[in-house]
Design a protein around this ligand. Structure first.
Ligand SMILES: [Zn+2]
Length: 460
């Protein structure tokens, strides 16, 4: 939403004073002057009733009704956050508790909205707070600029960072308890033209999104993935552009395979989620613990399954192939656009065609597509389109779908790969492999996604 509301700083006292009427008549008071009360409302609001809310004449600024509904959604929680900020600014209470409470309320709000990141940014005249939900950033709060340095200091203090440093990037972590849930936050602070930009990644281990069954992968492709990850050896490649959800798929596979009778080792950079029964190793360049250094020593750890994150060069592909040849199941990611171009990418990385054919078992190429909000999607001319409702923060979307092409390497394809045959792509077309274009139709038929969003995702 690109609303003009986003640039306005609301007066907390006015919001509280008119709290009941606000929700009843759908308006937002902006400021009170000598002459009038400025309010924001939708064109089709109840103007007659509105005129009774104040003895002063009203000056109205009209905005789309969706913007008002968005602002008033979770009004109670939002009001609490405004209150804590204004209380601190007015200096009634300068205690640390007030700021702790502000952070706690803000983080709880982000958690209930199922956000992945909180962005706190200094603008020229204000401080804005945006949340990334299902990959989309939405602005939820606009606060006075003078609150920024207070907030920035308290975050730095909590992460044990240098609070006097405002000109260099800083990184930190902090943990907070929300009832029985302990949640980690990873914080990055970067100097920008109007102050700083603080980005907080929410690392919620309790998230149940890392299950293969919850990724909305189409049934036929899901069955192929499940069948192939049960192998004892070989190479499985998950591929796609940046932001296509490869990490999500990898974590879900790990969770599916994790068991006490298997040694699973993963190399990650950095570790974002802890997974039970998986030995996760973080790349640490400061300690000279590089990706290659870990890989070189990995096989002596007697693993059954290896997750080696991204194959970035010839060397890492070589080690992956070596491990797969010696009786390990290796799962790795690559950066290619679709399943069939992945094979040529492996040739480019100078792997011997014969060895590729020996180890490669399956390629999963994927995209992340926004899922239509089931509460407000509407069918127009046989196609589902996004609506807008409070459940989806007026965005029309809720959750995401992993659209995955799954290419299983059969015996014939194995032979073609071994001799770098030019007919590989033609052969793939003749099998029952379903490329994105075909998967798209099934997704549309199910009404899970809109055509626009599918095209946007496929054509990255
Ligand atoms: Zn909705």
């Amino acid at each position: 939403m690109n609303s003009q509301i986003n640039d306005l700083i609301f007066d907390f006292k006015l919001l509280t004073k008119h709290k009941k009427e606000i929700e009843k008549y759908l308006f937002i008071p902006l400021r009170k002057t000598e002459l009038c009360l400025e309010i924001i409302c939708a064109k089709d609001c109840d103007l007659l009733s509105l005129d009774k809310i104040s003895t002063k004449p009203l000056k109205k600024l009209f905005v789309p009704k969706e913007d008002i509904l968005f602002f008033l959604n979770d009004f109670k929680e939002k009001l609490k956050i405004y209150k804590l900020c204004f209380k601190r600014l007015e200096g009634f209470e300068i205690s640390q508790t007030l700021l702790d409470e502000f952070l706690f309320s803000l983080f709880s709000f982000a958690l209930t909205k199922e956000a992945s990141d909180i962005h706190i940014e200094a603008k020229e005249k204000s401080l804005i707070i945006r949340l990334r939900i299902d990959g989309i950033l939405q602005q939820f709060f606009t606060l006075p600029k003078k609150f920024f340095s207070i907030l920035s200091s308290v975050i730095k203090l909590k992460c044990k960072l240098d609070i006097t440093q405002e000109r260099l990037p800083q990184n930190g972590r902090l943990s907070l308890e929300f009832g029985a849930r302990k949640i980690d936050f990873r914080i990055s602070i970067m100097p920008i033209i109007d102050g700083e930009s603080i980005v907080i990644r929410i690392l919620d281990n309790s998230l149940d999104s890392f299950y293969l069954d919850n990724l909305n992968i189409l049934p036929k492709e899901l069955a192929l993935i499940k069948k192939n990850i049960k192998r004892n050896s070989g190479l499985i490649i998950v591929t796609g552009p940046t932001g296509s959800g490869k990490t999500t798929t990898l974590y879900s596979i790990m969770k599916e395979l994790a068991s006490v009778s298997k040694k699973i080792i993963s190399i990650e950079d950095p570790i974002e989620y802890k997974i039970k029964n998986v030995q996760q190793i973080a790349v640490n360049l400061e300690l000279n613990l590089s990706f290659h250094e870990i890989l070189r020593n990995l096989l002596r750890q007697d693993p059954d399954i290896l997750m080696i994150g991204e194959i970035r060069d010839e060397k890492s592909l070589q080690i992956a192939i070596q491990a797969a040849l010696t009786g390990h199941l290796v799962i790795a990611t690559l950066h290619t656009n679709d399943a069939s171009s992945t094979i040529s990418r492996l040739y480019d990385l100078k792997a011997k065609p014969f060895l590729i054919s020996c180890v490669l078992r399956v390629i999963v190429a994927q995209r992340l597509v926004l899922k239509l909000c089931p509460n407000c999607k509407k069918k127009i001319n046989g196609f589902y389109k996004a609506g807008a409702c409070l459940e989806c923060n007026m965005s029309g979307f809720k959750g995401r779908v992993i659209l995955a092409e799954v290419l299983e390497i059969d015996e014939h394809l194995e032979r073609l790969i071994a001799r770098e045959d030019v007919s590989i792509k033609d052969y793939i077309k003749s099998t029952d492999f379903r490329p994105f274009d075909e998967l798209k139709d099934e997704l549309l038929k199910k009404g899970l996604c809109s055509l626009e969003e599918i095209y946007k995702a496929i054509n990255i």
